[in-house]
Write a protein that binds this ligand. Structure first.
Ligand SMILES: [Zn+2]
Length: 286
């Protein structure tokens, strides 16, 4: 496994703390942002972390944006049983802005875990990504699946999911190319070895983003997603018991969401279809 971090750093700070050959400068004037891509065992990764923590102590940010991705050998992928489905295709507006209703009273008052969706997912057809098979809304992480993928999943008898029609935001008529995913399998517990936090260098020791009732494990998952083997009911599509993200305090602009898992069988089907909009990472079972 290779673990690769992709950082965005303000160029004025990058110039002061990094070497000119570290990464590339992005921006229209050739000087806004530094893009720095590193393997996490690179000594410069630890250096970025030290500088970022110093900045944070002063209430500033060195790293402005980040992502962590993992790539594997074919052999590693073939040997794995479960994978995290990392949905990369994201769009807005989310369902709540298009007439989808939620009942938060059924959910946790702190994090809204367990809130219910009351009607069909409604979306703006013009906002949906083209050429993708799996996508999510940015704020709510409502997951939609292309009709060609839904047909293939049904034909192959894959388990653990149901698909519901998506309506136009006016409520008149279905959006035929897409369905909403509902995961119906037993939720899978996240193993304690999995790390969560605010960013790769901040494990959120104060628990600012953790629900005290254990519903939300943190703002983001920082490591590979390890899950509890005995929780897996063998379904091809599963969701984690613990969620990530946060519920914004003023209104409901963001909601936490579960992480998704797919079986080896489903990975092969997705590969065969050349399905797009996501990446897969191995989810070790412990
Ligand atoms: Zn909660």
């Amino acid at each position: 496994m290779r673990e690769i971090a992709d950082f965005r750093i303000a160029e004025r700070h990058a110039r002061s703390f990094l070497d000119p050959e570290d990464g590339q400068v992005l921006g229209p004037l050739g000087g806004d942002t530094r893009k720095l891509v590193l393997e996490t065992h690179d000594i410069r990764y630890a250096k970025v972390g030290r500088i970022h923590r110093e900045f944070r102590k002063q209430g500033r940010f060195f790293v402005l944006g980040w992502s962590l991705r993992r790539t594997y050998t074919k052999k590693e992928l073939e040997a794995a049983e479960l994978f995290q489905l990392c949905v990369r295709a994201a769009f807005e507006p989310s369902g709540d802005e298009c007439g989808t209703e939620y009942d938060d009273s059924a959910g946790c008052p702190r994090c809204c875990f367990g809130a219910r969706q009351l009607n069909e997912l409604r979306l703006d057809p013009g906002s949906l990504p083209r050429g993708k098979d799996i996508a999510r809304t940015i704020a709510y992480s409502e997951i939609i699946v292309s009709s060609r993928l839904v047909e293939a999943l049904r034909a192959q008898g894959l388990t653990g999911a149901r698909f519901h029609p998506v309506l136009r935001k006016s409520g008149r008529g279905a959006i035929e190319d897409w369905y909403q995913l509902e995961v119906t399998s037993r939720p899978v517990g996240v193993a304690p070895v999995t790390r969560f936090g605010i960013d790769p260098f901040d494990p959120d020791e104060q628990g600012e983003y953790r629900c005290p009732r254990g519903h939300v494990a943190g703002l983001s998952v920082l490591s590979e997603l390890s899950v509890v083997r005995e929780d897996w009911d063998g379904s091809d599509l599963c969701a984690t018991k613990q969620w990530v993200g946060y519920r914004s305090r003023n209104g409901g602009a963001f909601r936490p969401y579960p992480l998704l898992l797919v079986s080896q069988k489903l990975r092969r089907l997705l590969g065969g279809l050349k399905a797009k909009g996501f990446e897969l990472e191995i989810a070790p079972l412990t």
